[in-house]
Ligand binder design. Sequence first.
Ligand SMILES: [Ca+2]
Length: 406
Amino acid sequence: MNILERIFLSKQSALLFYSIVFLSSACAKVDNTSWKDFLFGTKWKSSTSPVSRDYRFLPIFSVVPMGPALCLAPSGEVGSCIPNKDCIIRGGIPAGPCGGGYGICCVFLQTCGGIIRENSTYFVNPNHPDTYDGTGSCQVTVQKVHPDICQLRLDLDMFSIAPPEPVNHLCTQDQLLVSGSSPVPTICGTSSGDHMYIDAGLGQSNPIVLSVITSGTFPRIWRMRVTQIHCGSIGRAEQGCLQYYTGISGRVRSFNFNTVSGRQLSNQDYSICVRTERNFCGIQYNACPDLENNRSRSFTLSGNSNNPTGTMVGGGTQVTQNACIQDWLLIGCMRSADRIPPQSACEDRVCGGTFSAEVGMVQKTVQSSVRPFRLYFHTDGIEAPTDIDNRGFCLDYVQQPCTNGF
Ligand SMILES: [Ca+2]
């Protein structure tokens, strides 16, 4: 690392530190009258809402360069700390003071028919945070805030729309659709906490439209944050990754995953990517703990999940009895971690109802050293009669250091 890189990094660290201080301290307290009164009247209020009139002054800000900074609104949205008049002019909603009184925590929010023109805008259901029982198509159009925006990140803070039907797990009642980008799988059901990266193309291409299509009765709620990512940003996901994770450990799962009542969605085809961290050469996966069932349902991709179902592996050109032909998770050259020697044969596709890299009824740790670290998830449009109550997958990953035999 040369001296310029060191200076750059130390500046980045300082900025990060101040941002964290800012985020955690600013806008922590609000006045009784809040932005949601403007938009939704007073029915959003609950007796547990934190309400206070004072806020702390932060002398530290006298040394921080001024500019847009993040703040946290009392109802959980990330806002921009900007002068109050700017917030109003730009169509934002003031959500309490921030920056020691320097500015207002300005939240950008759109619902059906809206146009997103600000970074970090939330797409919410009508009546949010109450549920929405209406039917039709609720869509917002996303305009790039700069021609140099290459991706959008969609954070599904709250996402619960009608689930897929129970026979073939198709999203026939409600759907989240993304158009104007490279293909994004259609999802439905409940996926709060999940995210998607959406390719926004180069330059001022066609806008991206986010639509929630609803039919029939269901108490829907959604709040998704739309972050615009510059082409040169370090936060940009690798090409072709619908989901992108950083850090040496984490959790990946399919949409609408839930060990009790989730249904693996049909017609999925996408990649989940894990950034290879420096000095890490391999990756291990374990099925997430399932605290709700006697027999784990954390990995149930095919077969009847109401009965103990073993691991199935392989597929593609080599079709055997246990091959994964219809629904599968692909991890490049995976092996069970207890296989000795490690040079033995490896598999690429796994399905069935037990997570392992070999046929059997025993759940195992699975490892791979194929880089970049990626999982490909594929499901067809059929479940019944062979596949019953499949939940999808939830895996915990840990990257493995290059010195650890990888
Ligand atoms: Ca299927």
